[in-house]
Ligand binder design. Structure first.
Ligand SMILES: N[C@@H](CS(=O)O)C(=O)O
Ligand SMILES: [Fe+2]
Length: 249
């Protein structure tokens, strides 16, 4: 009985959060009259848990906290794991199942596929280096054929191979803008604002970013740029809480 009641409350908070993606566009400047500095990644996590403990999550405060934390290598070095072939996703805090905080590591030239964020809020803060965000208009969903990822299909948010198929109603994705963010800058996106892909365009320097997603998600859509076709694919972690995840056989 208790657990059923608890689950209902939890779903209600997720529903409210998702509704906010229809109106929230991110804030440009930190808020006035709220914590004006966050000392460390641990303090950021503590403050985030306070915000998410309320029934009504103040999404501006989440954005604010991501802005006022100042990147410090000592805080995040144990999560910074790089892979030769693709950017890595490293879980830092599972946010009591209300948010996911993770560190992404990008070697020179690594990029994500064009993707959505599964109806969640997405905040990205650069901790080191520079990352270019390319935004696209969300294609007309009526024209979009959704295919679910087959277990052996080589589709992945980190490495995307376009399946060779005939497409109907196909239309190239329209680029909205591209912006390069540097250390401590924060950007925000949700499905209502569009799709994006992120790239470390540098061929000499690695990049590291901190991402917060709420509610958390374990699958998202990746999109073919030429046709707008969406493929649903799972997202995985390279490490969780500083420990390498088991590699699927
Ligand atoms: N949203 C992507 C990273 S990025 O390219 O925005 C992910 O969670 O893997
Ligand atoms: Fe993203």
């Amino acid at each position: 009985m208790m657990s059923i009641e608890y689950k209902c409350e939890e779903d209600e908070q997720k529903k409210k959060l998702r509704e906010l993606t229809k109106s929230f566009c991110g804030i440009d400047k930190p808020l006035k009259n709220y914590v004006n500095h966050v000392e460390s990644l641990n303090e950021l996590i503590r403050e985030l848990h306070v915000v998410f403990s309320s029934d009504y999550v103040n999404i501006e405060r989440v954005n604010h906290l991501m802005m006022v934390y100042t990147s410090n290598y000592k805080d995040w070095k144990k999560f910074a794991k790089f892979d030769r072939y693709r950017y890595t996703r490293n879980l830092v805090d599972a946010g009591n199942d209300k948010f996911n905080l993770m560190i992404l590591c990008w070697n020179e030239g690594q990029t994500s596929a064009i993707h959505d964020h599964a109806d969640s809020h997405c905040f990205m803060k650069v901790l080191k280096g520079g990352l270019t965000e390319v935004k696209y208009l969300m294609p007309n969903q009526n024209n979009t054929q959704i295919s679910h990822m087959e277990p052996n299909l080589p589709a992945d948010i980190g490495i995307y191979h376009h399946p060779e198929e005939e497409h109907h109603n196909e239309e190239q994705l329209q680029e909205i803008c591209r912006t390069t963010l540097y250390e401590n800058q924060v950007c925000y996106i949700n499905d209502n604002l569009g799709l994006h892909r992120v790239e470390n365009v540098s061929n000499t320097d690695v990049a590291v970013s901190l991402h917060l997603y709420c509610p958390p998600f374990d699958a998202c859509g990746i999109y073919n740029k030429a046709t707008g076709k969406k493929t649903k694919c799972p997202v995985t972690f390279w490490s969780k809480f500083g420990k390498r995840e088991k590699i699927p056989e």
